[in-house]
Design a binder for this molecule. Structure first.
Ligand SMILES: *Cc1c(COP(=O)(O)O)cnc(C)c1O
Length: 363
């Protein structure tokens, strides 16, 4: 067996301990004589799995009692529609556009009502987070929307926008569980789990009680109503059962490592190692305004496309996978999620130093 250092933005690296445990339980889950994949989602064994997953997530994030946790399907992208369908009572919502994912959500919302762009960082290829301390939030906006960590561009909101009392809706796909959050500051927190938590196929929605109502826009399919899923404890239909089981294991793994405070400390150490190197390197440089840098996704370039290609190729041969930047921006990107060990970042920086020495003629 040869595990690589996987810097993929998603689906991404998972904790090896979790994968091993799942492998051990693959054929016979704890004496049931079957795999979790083969099990009724209404069985006693599965009931324990999904309830423990929710309880552990609540524990990790200190989710207040007036928030519901939903395990849904359709990826983060389906939430781009589900949010306006369920929340746009006045058919008005304000969007802060800080990257491709926020832009997609903003465009999707236009199908359902008046989505207004109240801030954007597109003027400088989304390389920063705009000042959101005093935005022209609409009087009758149903919510204000952000993508909290921009997976493609590597920026992160370090302070949440002032929504002037409107519910804040945040896509946290690529920073989910990377650090502690104050859930009470949000109306809705959602994310696809394939970035920092588990296998693709599960999206987690944490939503404040009062935002779950019978009303949804006319024509909203039953499956896209938060109320249906909340009333049925995420078991209205067959949930992404195996994916939720793996998420549950990752929640336990995070708890065993000291929870989100400890993860934040670890993630900061990992990111600092890479950013410090980028700041002193003569060949490589980061592409994001310093104060807005993500702890999870680190884009960088050499400034020469050929050198970028050479680097990605040689890095791959040395066991560093998926360092190619998103197809829309080029260059490189190292995603260093919770499950990326410090050793992976140390080895990557060592490799980058060596590459820089060998390619100093390019500088
Ligand atoms: C990956 C990603 C998405 C899209 O997720 P899907 O589950 O593929 O729909 C949305 N938002 C962010 C921030 C992402 O990183």
């Amino acid at each position: 067996m040869n595990r690589v250092f996987n810097f993929s933005a998603g689906p991404a690296v998972l904790p090896e301990e979790v994968l091993r445990e799942a492998a051990d339980e693959m054929l016979d889950y704890r004496g049931t004589g079957m795999s979790v994949m083969e099990m009724s989602h209404r069985s006693k064994a599965y009931d324990t799995i999904i309830k423990e997953a929710e309880a552990d997530l609540r524990d990790l994030m200190k989710i207040p009692d007036n928030y519901r946790v939903l395990f849904l399907q359709g990826g983060a992208s389906q939430q781009f529609a589900m949010i306006p369908m369920n929340l746009m009572k006045n058919r008005k919502a304000d969007y802060i556009v800080t990257g491709q994912w926020a832009k997609k959500a903003y465009q999707e919302a236009q199908l359902y009502g008046e989505a207004r762009k109240i801030a954007s960082s597109e003027d400088r290829t989304f390389s920063y987070i705009p000042d959101c301390s005093d935005l022209p939030v609409s009087e009758d906006a149903d919510y204000v929307y952000i993508c909290e960590n921009n997976t493609i561009y590597g920026t992160k909101f370090k302070t949440l926008p002032d929504t002037k009392g409107k519910p804040l809706v945040a896509d946290v796909s690529s920073c989910f569980l990377s650090e502690p959050v104050d859930v009470s500051k949000y109306g809705v927190i959602f994310g696809g789990v394939q970035k920092n938590i588990g296998p693709a196929g599960v999206v987690i929605v944490i939503i404040r009680d009062d935002l779950i109502t019978e009303e949804a826009l006319p024509g909203t399919p039953t499956m896209l109503r938060y109320k249906i899923h909340a009333d049925n404890a995420s078991l209205y239909n067959t949930p992404p059962a195996y994916g939720i089981y793996i998420c549950g294991k990752v929640f336990k793994w995070l708890k065993s490592r000291g929870g989100l405070e400890a993860m934040k400390e670890y993630n900061e150490k990992k990111a600092k190692l890479l950013y410090d190197f980028l700041d002193e390197s003569k060949l490589f440089r980061g592409t994001v305004r310093r104060e807005d840098r993500s702890l999870m996704n680190v884009p960088f370039v050499t400034g020469n496309e050929e050198t970028d290609v050479k680097f990605i190729k040689e890095a791959k041969a040395a066991g560093f996978e998926n360092l190619k930047g998103h197809r829309s921006v080029g260059g490189m990107r190292a995603s260093i999620y919770n499950a990326m060990p410090m050793e992976g970042v140390e080895k990557l920086v060592e490799f980058m130093k060596k590459f820089e020495e060998e390619n100093s003629s390019y500088v």
